[in-house]
Each structure stands twice: as structure tokens, then as C-alpha cells.
Design a protein around this ligand. Structure first.
Ligand SMILES: C[S@@+](CC[C@H](N)C(=O)[O-])C[C@H]1O[C@@H](n2cnc3c(N)ncnc32)[C@H](O)[C@@H]1O
Length: 426
């Protein structure tokens, strides 16, 4: 299969059907055997998602009338073609001829000439991509720009810039198997350069690698997880013998981390049955056990008649605006109205989970969002309506008077994340 045709199909799924790239891309990658081809396909899709408005304007300006209906995929193919001309080192003639060939493979033989013509036109008249308005300049929807300007009046441009960087690869050492120093030595032996992160098991790779190159990955010595996400289990601080609820658990990165940190009973719940399968797969690779339950975190009695929990991790469903550097399609899939809906859902889940926390217990409220409505404002409102809740400071918070710890994308090379540590009075 032609890589550009597969890229156009993946982009079509995202932009026309609202499918996330992390679902759409692997489906197309399956059609390729070679690792390098798979990497190029990923680069075309991710890169295009980062620069979509500029590339889209460049292509649209060359079309006398827009493609409609089924032909929309030819528009997406042109985006892939244009992206190659601006952002890759692929020789321009190869980029154009491969993209035109992709048009044939997509069974739009009649449009091959148009694709060829548009791309040649772009090649001939190549100038700087437009920065005529903020959406083009920052390759970000205006509602996100506006909200970031409000939340971070001095640093919003930096936040957006960081959200466009290619993220580093972080590992989580499995402390049940070996010490972080021992694993760093294993990496050193095979000349993978790495360093320690601030949290106790985080390892930062100098360059991303295929997980299969990582020593004993299959045996569970290590997992891939951003350092920001690794704070969840550390702040939760599970103790041996405790009963822990991971209320929104799938795909299970944090569930596994909790189990690696202490000998606890973990109940891992998620609403999404398909994503829940990943929790079981992750537990299996790491030889860990949890009670994995398909259920609603806002209706615990419907799936649980046991005791209350010593600690609860609520890694709430959120806008994921903190992880745009890893999932640039979020910018185009998320809509402004989603934020209010998500905030309502978060409120419902946190209020309900609180009822299931033992007196003296800790609840960690976490999101991978950088929007105050889902974070500080959410927790502030929770504290105002919950008499027996106390906010505990987090050592890592620069501003100790802030409500929770907001990590911004790129800070100490981490994803954007938010944590609040809440304790129930005895
Ligand atoms: C941020 S993700 C969780 C990531 C996970 N904690 C990890 O580290 O791998 C949020 C999850 O909340 C789940 N979710 C959304 N609404 C839910 C609900 N009412 N009850 C339980 N899970 C829910 C989603 O299916 C999604 O898997």
C-alpha cells in the first residue's frame, strides 16, 4: 500500500469522522510490514495534525472549488502532499509523484492530474506559510488560544509552542523488578542514552526507541509513561495492605504503577469496556493483579458492595489539552462546548467517589488538562461544597498557596497535568 494513501485515510477518519489518531493510525499501519514505512506514516499524520490550519489554507488557496462528499479524501491527500513539501526532507519530485500515485490507489483516477497540478503549483510558488491570523500563526483553534490567554496571560504563547514540540520518551522503572539505577545500567550497556527524572522511577530517554529494543520490556521491567503521569501514584502514596480505587483506570498505566509501588488491593474501574481490555493486557505484561471492573465511577453501588477505600485515584475524563504535543489531533477533535460537559462529569464523579473514601483517606484528583475550569476551578468549587474535605499541599508546587499543582507542557520535559491532593477529615 502507498503510505500517502494510508495517511489520507487516517486523516480522513480524524477530520471527517471524529476518530482519534491513536485509533485511526494503527489501523492503517497494520497494512505495512516495514518499521520505517510505519514511522513515515506516523510522521505524516502527526506532523499534519500539528500544522493543519496553515497547510489547509495553502491547499485550499490552490483549489478553484472545494472537494465534497466522498472526494474529501482527495483534499486530505493534498494536505499530506503539501505537508511533505513544507516539513519533510523527502525530495519534492518523489513527494509529488507518490502522492499522485496514492490518488490512483484511492480509486480517484480522474483526479490524479488535479493532485499533480495542485502540488506542482505549491512547489513552484512555495513561500512562507500564512500567519495572517492567530489560528494560522499558532496552528491552534481560536477557542483554545482564548482560554490559554485568559489562564496564562504572560506565558500562553510558550504553552502553545511547547504543545507543538515532539514529546520525549519517558519510561517508568518497575521497582518491583529492579532499581532505577540497575535499569539505567542495562540501557547503558546497549548504548541507549538516558537520565533520571525528578520522580523516583522516571527515566528520560535521549531519543525515542521502539519498545522492543528496551531490555526486558516484555518481561515487565519497564513501562512507557510520561513523568507527569508518574506523579499520580507517587502522590497517592499507597501503603501495603490498603484498598485502593482507581476510578477511571483505562488503559491502566497508573493502576500498574500503584501496584508496583506497594502490596495493595486495587479496584480498577472504567466506563469504556474496550479500553478496559488494555488494563488487563498491561497487568498481564507486568505480572500484576487488580480487580478490573467495567462500571461507572459515578455509580459505585451498581458494581461494588464492599468496603470504602483507603485511597482513591480519580484520573478524570478531561479535555486532554495538556497532552496536545502527544496527541495533536485533540486540537481538532475537541470542541469548546465539550469543556462544560466534561466539567459537569468531573464534578459528578468526584462528588460520588468522595462518599466512598474512608475518613482520613486521600483522594488524588488528576487531569491531563491545562484549563482552569477542569482543574483549579473544579477543585475550588469541590472544597466549597464539601465540609469534610481538606486540600493538602504538594511539595512540588512552586506556589504553595495555589489550589493544586498545575504542570504545564514542557515543564521539566513533562506533559501538561494537574493534581490536587484531597484528604477526608476523620
Ligand atoms: C484520563 S483517562 C484515564 C487514564 C488512566 N488512568 C491511565 O493512567 O491509563 C480517563 C478515563 O475515564 C473513563 N471514564 C469516563 N467516564 C467514566 C465514568 N463515568 N466512570 C468510569 N470511567 C469513566 C474513560 O473511559 C477514560 O478511560
Amino acid at each position: 500500500m502507498n503510505i500517502r494513501a494510508l495517511a489520507a485515510k487516517a486523516i480522513f477518519s480524524v477530520l471527517e469522522q471524529g476518530v482519534s489518531l491513536s485509533v485511526a493510525l494503527p489501523k492503517q499501519q497494520q497494512q505495512l510490514q516495514n518499521g520505517k514505512d510505519k514511522a513515515l506514516l506516523a510522521e505524516l499524520c502527526y506532523g499534519l495534525m500539528r500544522h493543519l490550519p496553515q497547510i489547509d489554507k495553502c491547499v485550499s488557496d490552490c483549489l478553484s472549488k472545494p472537494f465534497k462528499g466522498k472526494q474529501r479524501i482527495v483534499h486530505q491527500l493534498l494536505l499530506v502532499g503539501c505537508y511533505q513539501l513544507y516539513f519533510t526532507r523527502i525530495p519534492e519530485h518523489a513527494a509529488i509523484s507518490e502522492t499522485a500515485e496514492a490518488c490512483r490507489q484511492l480509486k480517484f483516477d480522474g483526479l490524479v492530474k488535479v493532485v499533480n497540478g495542485v502540488l506542482r503549483n505549491i512547489q513552484r510558488n512555495k513561500t512562507e506559510l500564512s500567519t495572517a491570523n492567530p489560528v494560522l500563526e499558532f496552528n491552534t483553534p481560536s477557542w483554545i488560544i482564548k482560554r490559554l490567554q485568559q489562564a496564562y496571560p504572560d506565558t500562553w504563547q510558550q504553552v502553545i509552542e511547547q504543545s507543538h514540540q515532539r514529546p520525549p520518551m519517558w519510561l517508568r522503572n518497575n521497582q518491583k523488578v529492579q532499581s532505577r539505577d540497575s535499569y539505567l545500567q542495562l540501557l547503558q550497556q546497549i548504548e541507549i542514552s538516558a537520565s533520571k527524572g525528578d520522580n523516583s522511577n522516571a527515566i528520560l530517554l535521549e531519543k525515542p526507541v521502539d519498545v522492543m529494543q528496551l531490555p526486558n520490556f516484555e518481561q515487565g521491567s519497564v513501562s512507557v509513561q510520561d513523568a507527569a503521569a508518574q506523579w499520580a501514584a507517587e502522590l497517592l502514596a499507597p501503603q501495603d495492605g490498603e484498598l485502593i480505587l482507581d476510578a477511571c483506570a483505562a488503559p491502566g498505566g497508573k493502576t500498574c504503577h500503584i501496584l508496583e509501588s506497594a502490596n495493595t488491593d486495587v479496584v480498577a474501574v472504567d466506563f469504556d469496556e474496550k479500553r478496559l481490555e488494555r488494563v488487563s493486557e498491561n497487568l498481564e505484561r507486568l505480572a500484576l493483579t487488580a480487580k478490573v471492573i467495567h462500571g461507572d465511577a459515578a455509580d459505585i453501588p451498581s458494581w461494588w458492595n464492599g468496603e470504602k477505600f483507603d485511597r482513591i485515584l480519580l484520573d478524570a475524563p478531561c479535555s486532554a489539552t495538556g497532552v496536545i504535543r502527544r496527541h495533536p489531533d485533540i486540537k481538532w477533535l475537541r470542541k469548546e462546548a465539550d469543556i462544560t460537559e466534561l466539567a459537569k462529569l468531573q464534578q459528578k464523579i468526584v462528588d460520588h467517589c468522595w462518599q466512598w473514601l474512608k475518613p482520613g483517606g486521600t483522594l488524588i484528583y488528576a487531569t491531563c488538562s491545562i484549563l482552569p475550569q477542569e482543574n483549579t476551578e473544579q477543585v475550588e468549587a469541590f472544597l466549597a461544597r464539601t465540609d469534610d474535605a481538606e486540600l493538602l499541599t504538594i511539595d512540588q508546587q512552586a506556589d504553595k498557596s495555589a489550589i493544586g499543582w498545575q504542570i504545564l507542557p514542557g515543564q521539566s520535559q513533562m506533559d501538561g497535568f494537574y493534581y490536587a491532593r484531597l484528604q477526608k477529615q476523620k
